[in-house]
Ligand binder design. Sequence first.
Ligand code: OAD
Length: 397
Amino acid sequence: MGQDESRMVDEKTPPQTLKSRTLDAVAEYIRDGRARRIVVMTGAGISTSAGIPDFRSPDTGLYANLARLNLPYAEAVFDIGYFRGNPLPFYTLAQELYPGNYRPTITHSFINLLHQKGLLLKLFTQNIDCLEREAGVPDDKIVEAHGSFARQSCIECKAPYPEELMKKAIHEKSVPHCIREECDGLVKPEIVFFGEQLPADFFENRSLPGEADLCIVMGTSLSVQPFASLPMMCGDGTPRVLINGEQVGEMGSRADDVLLIQDCDTGVRKLAEACGWLDELEDLWEQTAPWARSGQPKPEQADEPKKSPDEQLQDEVDKLTKEIDQNLQLGQDQHTWLENHVDNKFARVQDNENGKGPTAPLTTGKTVASDTKAERREPSDGGLHHVFPWLSKKSSL
Ligand code: OAD
């Protein structure tokens, strides 16, 4: 996606500002107080661990999973021209994307941590899920370059549309129309569709990256303009860090570009740790948990001290031992019952043959015997596979 490795900086080229093109050097730069005006640029990849799909990941991305909407091409769902003629696919999808159902990720909390430390100059996001706000980043620090679900209006006369009615329409997957009867235009959330102008806020703040002393780009394919050009607005010697599942855009082409090609949550945890902020970050993220928001104590073992990995393993072994004991005991009981049962039946048949009673089908005894055998075999055969699934996997290799 937009990668052009031929433009990558030659590894022999020394950085201008950082000591090296590494995470540790970035952390040192921050710890030394040289990064006081940080711009962060984000995309859908920072929300995937919250459960919201991104757009372009090959199998899991939204665009790869829109066949059910019968679109002429995937991006049509966000195309204003297509929407005018057929708004239903968007409203079918809107229910899934509507904010309120997801918890911010630790990456969102990392951006809030930068703000709390007074280091965040601006966050430019392409996301419409509002999770940055939910993580605590204040409105005036966020530029929602592709708009958001926060407001909605008529696409013709621009009259605002009441939020409650919009929630109802999204819930019912129905298409709302302008509240002004004489207009009756289509209403849509103020998220920016292809073919629409970006919000004024974007253009007003677009030059800010030029004033930044550090730029962090996370979770975006940098494939949609004009957002994709934002990192280029940074000054030449300004370190730019990419935390993303893949290299994107022209990130990596400059002497002070640091590429952390990995999961965003892992990347921000590592960066926070190298800055000495990891505990603070985890605490901040914990505050976004539903139980913390509703003022409840932490659900499991609020007072119980945390168990070490060894203690957890011991617990697991104890649990298994108990289960095996129970199964063996069960098998023994069944075995005893079966022996008595077969003996009784055999005795009855013999009695019968000797003219002492009615005939009982011997197959009953056989069926019980084979079933019981299967049950008794299970604990030693496959009984642990539900606890250690990799045991089954190994055997199929
Ligand atoms: P994309 O889906 O285009 O890109 C997401 C990027 O994040 C990809 O490079 C993924 O490899 C990466 N990624 C996904 N999950 C990740 C994770 N957990 N950790 C690290 N990286 C991860 O999404 P955007 O760049 O946001 O526009 O897309 C830009 C715009 O295209 C969207 O705002 C939307 C869309 O069409 C409109 O709706 C107008």
